[in-house]
Ligand binder design. Structure first.
Ligand code: UDX
Length: 454
């Protein structure tokens, strides 16, 4: 039997909600806090505000079991908690730094509300050193001895212990629940045995290796891990571009590399650059942190530069091949930054679609789930010099098209055979940012085919 902890989670985005649900799933008593009443009502009725496989089932199951609650009332949630996890966003600012105002708001609410010893655990990705400041911030806002509390408190002595721990999150969208319940490791960064013990107990039922380090190292592990993966992708994209010039095939090159265990077989796929909410933001944030400290982080800078160019590599190729996009029917297959999510953040489609529209393309876009988010930015109909129409299936997008771009490797796109392009398109000309087809297979089907690094 586990020792049940009372846990409050601030923020019900990807990080907060998934963490909260998983804590409940292993047996803890969890209250998820969000300022958005509609969202809270939605979650109470068993609906997840984010698109994530397996999440709703666990939400419903644990809610029914009484282990999981949702509220906008942060006061009641915080003042009973043994540990408060912060999972609010830290959006990127124009200079690459992280916006910490959401964290600061929660930190202040915590200070003004808690009534007993409590560990505050930051899950959000924050620049190295931030959690020292969060701890100081909370202490600064703790009511003084005898001072009347603004929360539900009684105004008695403030001899309570509050510490901040770092507990970075490594989940990927689309596999968030599995990534959390079966994580490769759990990183905890604490400055005292007391804090370390609390987190150890909370994570014990997960049965996953725990790496316990100091707070700043924990913060750095998150960035160093994400940026390493971003570097790996950019490196493969860089090599892919060179492969094209010298007549090598990146698929074969990657396969050959993958057998070396020091390199590993994952994250070797060249493509149209990395997107999403983490790699683009975390590479820029670390580069910014280095600059702030008078250091030039050349490797990460290179990863960022390669990625920026890579996102429009296909557009560049197509621009050379065609006189103009003006009036052409352009099929766009895939809008999200990767399959299994409706998230568009930093997706290659967001770089390419505006370029195509600028040049007068008539776009027919297909994405199994990304269309509603994308149409908020680019409403159906005329857009600048071109137009965009969202279609329900691949066939509709390809019918009569002059050129096709593939930006996301959704299963239904992968399953579309070369013959379908040949049959349906007016001119079977395909630019594939995900290397979904064999070069030879496309050629044999009579499709003029361009991909990455082959
Ligand atoms: C990532 C990390 O995987 C996760 O550990 C971290 O906590 C948050 O960031 P996520 O952004 O959800 O997760 O997706 P991921 O599957 O890692 O893909 C990120 C981007 O890299 C996608 O645009 C994907 O298409 C691209 N990618 C990934 C490649 O281009 N090549 C690869 O080999 C792998």
């Amino acid at each position: 039997r586990i020792k049940v902890a009372k846990i409050a989670v601030a923020g019900t985005g990807y990080v907060g909600l998934v963490a909260g649900v998983c804590f409940a799933e292993v047996g803890h008593q969890v209250t998820c806090v969000d300022i958005d009443e509609n969202k809270v009502e939605l979650m109470k009725s068993g609906i997840s505000p984010i698109y994530e496989a397996g999440l709703e089932e666990l939400m419903q199951k644990n809610y029914a079991a009484g282990r999981l609650e949702y509220t906008t009332d942060y006061k009641s949630a915080y003042h009973e908690a043994d540990a408060i996890f912060i999972g609010v966003g830290t959006p990127e600012q124009p200079d690459g730094s992280a916006n910490l105002s959401y964290i600061a708001t929660v930190a202040r609410q915590i200070a003004e509300t808690i009534e007993k010893d409590c560990l505050v655990v930051v899950k959000s990705t924050v620049p190295v050193g931030t959690n020292d400041k969060v701890e100081q911030f909370i202490h600064d806002f703790l009511p003084r001895e005898g001072e009347k509390l603004t929360g539900n408190g009684d105004g008695v002595g403030r001899n309570i212990r509050v510490e901040v721990a770092s507990n970075p999150e490594f989940l990927a969208q689309g596999t968030a629940v599995r990534d959390t319940l079966q994580a490769a490791r759990i990183i905890i960064g604490t400055e005292s045995k007391w804090a370390e013990d609390i987190l150890m107990k909370i994570y014990e039922p997960f049965n996953i290796p725990i790496v316990s380090v100091q707070r700043r190292s924990a913060e750095m592990i998150k960035y160093a891990s994400n940026d390493f993966l971003a570097l790996k992708i950019s490196y493969m994209n860089d090599i892919a571009n060179l492969c094209e010039l010298v007549g090598a095939d990146i698929g074969d090159v990657a396969r050959g590399m993958s057998f070396d265990e020091r390199i590993g077989s994952k994250f070797l796929n060249a493509g149209i650059g990395y997107g999403g909410s983490c790699f683009p933001k975390d590479t820029k944030a670390l580069e910014y942190l280095a600059r702030q400290n008078g250091y030039e982080l050349k490797t990460v800078k290179a990863a960022i530069d390669v990625n920026t160019d890579q996102k429009i590599v296909l557009y560049r190729k197509a621009s050379k091949r065609l006189i103009t996009f003006n009036g052409l029917k352009v099929a766009v297959l895939g809008l999200t930054f990767k399959p299994g999510t409706d998230d568009l953040r930093e997706a290659a489609s967001l770089e390419n679609v505006p370029l195509l529209l600028d040049h007068g393309a008539e776009i027919y876009a297909f994405d199994p789930v990304g269309k509603s988010n994308f149409s908020k930015k680019y409403p159906e109909g005329r857009n600048g010099n071109g137009s965009i129409k969202y279609v329900e299936n691949i066939k509709e997008a390809l019918e009569g098209a002059n050129v096709c771009f593939i930006f996301t490797e959704w299963g239904e796109i992968r399953e579309t055979t070369p013959e379908v392009y040949k049959e349906l398109m007016r001119t079977p000309l395909v630019y594939d940012g995900r290397n979904l087809y064999g070069v030879q297979d496309m050629r044999e089907a009579g499709v003029e085919y361009y991909s990455i690094g082959r």
